[in-house]
Write a protein that binds this ligand. Sequence first.
Ligand SMILES: [Zn+2]
Length: 119
Amino acid sequence: MIILKDNYIKSFVDFLNKNFMIIDENVELEIMYGYETVGAEKNYGFGVYDTLNKKIYIADLSMIAIEKELTPQDIIRSTLENIAHEFEHHIQNIKGKEFDENEADMFAENIVKEYMTLK
Ligand SMILES: [Zn+2]
């Protein structure tokens, strides 16, 4: 049997899609394997939302795992939080709202917590 290494990302994306079907404008997610940080439109960090192309880029946290002493579990949780944070920016964008970092952080923390307890 083959077990897909990054299946946790797909299952989280499925979870978000199921819970946020109301968001009918698509956003493409790309995990940037091998990149410690990602950037677009003068911003860079562990995740970025490109408003022009409606794309989310997420950095590869395994690149900093040793330096930051991240466990595999930390990498999973933080990666999912980064995806959710940028997804919230997508929601803010298509609702025509200003980007709100606190709202994106709260959304990410809560939705990942909810997802983790369901698993
Ligand atoms: Zn943000």
